[in-house]
Design a protein around this ligand. Structure first.
Ligand code: FUB
Ligand code: ZN
Length: 635
């Protein structure tokens, strides 16, 4: 079985990307685009920026500090791209991985140390800056790339480099080694996966050691506090995810992995509690996490401003990774629900329609459109409303690339009694002598058809997730139709080849309101359709419409229409509202406060587009949360 997470215990066992093959449709097309456009694009930029060249220079010991290019963690982008390529090859595609592997392996030092930033003549000594240096973080990504290769059945220069690095870490940071931690968690889950892939117990022991060491004030008290790297409170005692969002979520992934492999139910329960609180109070409608630009961090409970939302793409990838681990451990649909929301509304949003430009942050409101970006150079994080081809900190594109290449491994599972489908994507699912074909136009339409192509004689259960947003769905089986509620709709029978069942999910548009404690969007509503969050984008409206001042009429019907400019099957929505009156008498006079305006706003419809597709038609302003007209304002 080939997949990114293969636990030895838990409620569900994942089916690998060799068993779940995506074919067309929303995710199949994105996976294809990832292979065709994003992976070569990232490969180009790794060369262009010199981040791959660093390895070549390191191999010849010619890497004085002034010659090294990129940030302290740029090695990890090479590893994440190698991981993406490894999954791509493993699922039957092709990618120039051998070259990357050779270049990486040649830079490794005797004893297993590998980092282009430290330890060579003129550079700072190795492990002299564990707080910011990212050496162990980079190993984590190297090890994950090595595991991807191993799972694909290949033992090559990359896997050897990963194993040698892991062995080096176990000696250097083991019980009798440095009592130290990396400022950026990541290596924990990588070591557990290497343990799973090789059976070598010391990798698991080392992961547990790192996990237990964190929260003991091992790292220095920096300006942002030790909470920034989760070294303020032991992971078992934490109540919600806090600090730097990617760090917090990667650490939680490692904690689940350690808990599952060591049978530590208390640790698993602690992470589930933290996840619950975080989802209840610190998560955006899109599934995005991390509301603060300062420290790229989670905010306080209900601190979820739409315009200042940080919502780093990597945090969304990490959240999907965590949801998948929790789903496998517990079998509970709520984890697949959040993974779905995050995949459709942040991971899918992060990449442009051509697969060659990327968001780093994913705010829910864009106030200024900014310039059209020149695609020939990297850009800072928030230069424009447009996606950038590359950034000086380009952790997100390679993270999305590895996720899409391995997406087949996040769709379906088995248990003793049958198969569970957690995400709906057209393609095939096989497990032993059972084979299914899934055909769906999801998320544009709500119908999912599953045909049994092959099966043994013994009865088994097919479980289909009904998302919480659906409320209810219709399941049509050979025995007839029935209503099914959120969770898993289970069909248990002796199947025959040719049997078909259909799930009909209600994807009609619906209004959604925020908890009033999210002050920043109180009095607003958003429109969702199926798993998709919608937004108003300036390019669909005439310039007189002030998106930052519009109101919507929730009592009027929401209508649907095709929007082929953004893709086949894409559905746009129209809502009634007004074109935005300035709300106070003094507005426009250089002071944004005053008595309520008596000027009647002009009625006007608003077009809404799927949030994940915004900013594909040039620079734009945008908002997800729409102020709702009070009853007396309705005409
Ligand atoms: O520090 C490495 C990566 O860069 C983090 O995960 C991202 O948040 C970005 O800061
Ligand atoms: Zn990132």
């Amino acid at each position: 079985m080939i997949g990114p997470v293969l636990p030895s215990a838990g409620a569900l066992r994942p089916l690998g990307l060799d068993q779940v093959r995506l074919a067309g449709g929303f995710w199949g097309e994105r996976q294809e685009r990832n292979a065709r456009a994003t992976i070569p694009h990232a490969r180009h930029w790794l060369e262009e920026t010199g981040w791959l060249g660093n390895f070549r220079l390191a191999a010849t010991d010619d890497l004085a500090p002034h010659r090294r290019r990129g940030r302290e963690f740029s090695d990890s982008e090479v590893y994440k791209l190698a991981e993406a390529m490894a999954w791509e090859v493993a699922r039957g595609g092709s990618a120039p991985l051998d070259e990357l592997s050779t270049v990486v392996a040649a830079a490794q030092e005797p004893g297993g140390y590998l980092n282009t930033m430290f330890g060579r003549p003129g550079q700072r000594p190795r492990y002299s800056d564990l707080t910011w240096g990212h050496e162990l973080y980079c190993y984590g990504h190297l090890i994950q790339a090595g595991v991807a290769r191993l799972r694909g059945g290949v033992r090559d220069a990359l896997t050897n480099a990963a194993i040698r690095a892991a062995d080096h870490v176990c000696v250097e940071f083991g019980p009798t080694g440095r009592q130290a931690l990396c400022g950026h968690p990541e290596i924990e889950m990588a070591l557990v996966e290497l343990y799973r892939a090789t059976g070598t117990a010391r990798y698991l022991d080392q992961a547990r050691l790192f996990l237990d060491r964190r929260g003991q004030a091992t790292l220095p008290d920096i300006e942002l506090g030790r909470a920034y790297f989760q070294d303020d409170v032991p992971v078992r005692e934490r109540t919600a995810f806090a600090g730097h969002a990617v760090r917090a979520l990667y650490l939680a992934c490692g904690a689940v992995d350690v808990a599952v492999e060591t049978g530590d139910d208390k640790l698993l329960a602690a992470v589930v509690r933290q996840w619950e609180r975080t989802v209840a109070t610190r998560t955006y409608l899109t599934g995005g996490m991390g509301s603060r630009h300062e420290g790229e961090a989670f905010g306080e409970d209900f601190e979820l401003p739409p315009d200042r939302a940080y919502v780093e793409t990597c945090a969304a990838v990490a959240s999907v990774m965590l949801c998948w681990r929790l789903l496998l451990a517990t079998g509970e649909a709520r984890f697949a629900d959040l993974a779905e929301r995050t995949l459709y509304n942040v991971v899918a949003a992060s990449t442009s329609l051509d697969g060659r430009a990327f968001f780093y942050t994913n705010p829910l409101q864009q106030r200024g459109s900014g310039p059209l970006l020149d695609r020939s150079r990297p850009w800072p994080r928030a230069a424009s409303s447009e996606r950038a081809p590359w950034r000086d900190v380009s952790c997100c594109p390679t993270n999305v690339a590895r996720t899409l290449a391995s997406l087949g491994g996040y769709i379906a599972t088995v248990d003793g009694g049958g198969i569970q489908l957690h995400q709906y994507a057209s393609g095939t699912v096989t497990d032993g002598d059972t084979a299914l074909t899934v055909a769906t136009g999801y998320p544009w339409s709500g119908g999912v058809r599953i045909r049994v192509d092959r099966t043994g004689d013994a009865p088994w259960r097919l479980s289909l997730r009904v998302p919480a947003w659906a409320g209810e769905a219709t399941l049509v089986t050979p025995e007839g139709a029935r209503r099914v509620g959120p969770g898993y709709a289970v069909v248990s029978r002796a199947w025959r080849a040719g049997d078909q069942i259909r799930l009909k999910l209600p994807v009609a548009p619906r209004w959604t309101e925020p908890d009033p404690r999210i002050d920043a969007v109180r009095g607003c509503a958003a429109v969702e359709r199926g798993p998709l969050v919608y937004c108003a984008e300036s390019v669909d409206h005439d310039p007189a419409v002030a998106l930052d001042a519009v109101d919507v009429d929730r009592s009027a019907p929401v209508t649907e229409r095709p929007l082929p400019a953004l893709g086949r099957d894409v559905v746009a929505l129209t809502v009634a509202g007004d074109r935005g009156a300035l709300p106070v008498a003094a507005a426009g006079a250089g002071w944004p406060y005053g008595t309520p305006s008596t000027v009647e706003p002009e009625p006007g419809d608003l077009t809404l587009v799927p949030y994940h597709l915004w900013a594909n038609r040039g620079p734009a302003t945008m908002r997800v949360w729409l102020p709702v007209m009070s009853t007396q304002d309705r005409r």
